[in-house]
Design a protein around this ligand. Sequence first.
Ligand SMILES: Cc1ncc(COP(=O)(O)O)c(C=O)c1O
Length: 403
Amino acid sequence: MRRRLAEEARRSDLVGLAERHGTPLLVLDADRVASQLLELRRQLPGVEIHVALKALPHPALIRAVDAFGASFDVASRGELDLLEGEGVDLSRCVHTHPVKSVAELTGAYLRGVRTFVVDDAGEVDKFAGLPPDARVLVRLSFPNPDAAADLSAKFGVAPEAARELVEHCLRAGRQVAGFTFHVGSQTTSAEPWRRAITRTLQLMRDLEGRLGVEFDTLDLGGGFPVAYDEPVPALAVIAHGIRDALSAVPARYRVLVEPGRFVAAPAMTLVTRVVGSATRPDGRWVHLDDGVYGAYSNIPAEGVHALVFAASELAHRPPADEDAERAVRRVRELAYAPVTLAGPTCDSVDVIARSLRLPRLVAGDLLVSPMMGAYTSATATRFNGIEPTPIHVLVRDEQGVAH
Ligand SMILES: Cc1ncc(COP(=O)(O)O)c(C=O)c1O
């Protein structure tokens, strides 16, 4: 995995880009957005893809998703502004924030959104002034403590309590299109989807029978994982379990997914530079020009750890054979030393990694982290007056070389 990520990082001239554009720098490759979407479509044929814009709200991602023919999952007016700016057809988008103001809801409806999410009777009542074509999906809660972010505590109604909410919608004259859930971000097995799909389909059959309604939508949410510092099962493995559970879905249902991380994470690579280093009582500290208040915001927020390579490691072309590569790496690592990698802010929280074995680094050296597209720039702050890390969008020339 480390080898594959290093190989991918080698393909773009990251050092050249850092020299031309400065650091820190996030390098966005929209082709990776397309290849991730292609893989999702291959593994989940017939399933509609609505990319969760919150993971990487950037025009280049929007254009790639739109050109692919996929749509979006949005959660705020700001995200709708971005999509509108890129000429996206908002009527195909789903607004998935279960709790929103009447102004937010009405604004989204007026801009064309027709599918919304609710998880409480009070939220249903906010639809009172809207025409009947504003349909709702009921958000169910399926706890998953193993996920990087278990979303079931903040949102969703337990399947046992869903009937009451559906009845409330019907009394209010609001059509329930179906159900949605999120099994937790960075879910690394098909089991949580399998359980959630099976339970939701059982609920849908039961309510259709009891209440005489017909649902038409099952939304499986996001949660598809990527490999940061540990391998994760391939999408093919997870999708196999999902397809299996979906075999019980009535033909008239649309099935949706809302991938965020899976589409966005591989599309961006971070290049940082060593600002300085120091020897402290607990060992060598290396200070970078980006940190946990910036692009590495995924570390405190989600507990995920992207790999960090010294650019000098990437400059070395490994032997073709993986065992030989491992042997060479072991020898090289004898010269590596454990360091604490710190970010640029003047506080004690901004620590990216501890006891990380890296080649000797001096001020000016470059470091590279792949898999930095999801919940990185999107969740970064301006703490300490540090500007957000710029995003450079790669363009390919006629020879296919990325600049
Ligand atoms: C409603 C909803 N859908 C989709 C996503 C995307 O999840 P992921 O990035 O794990 O695929 C999120 C993330 O918070 C979400 O809240």
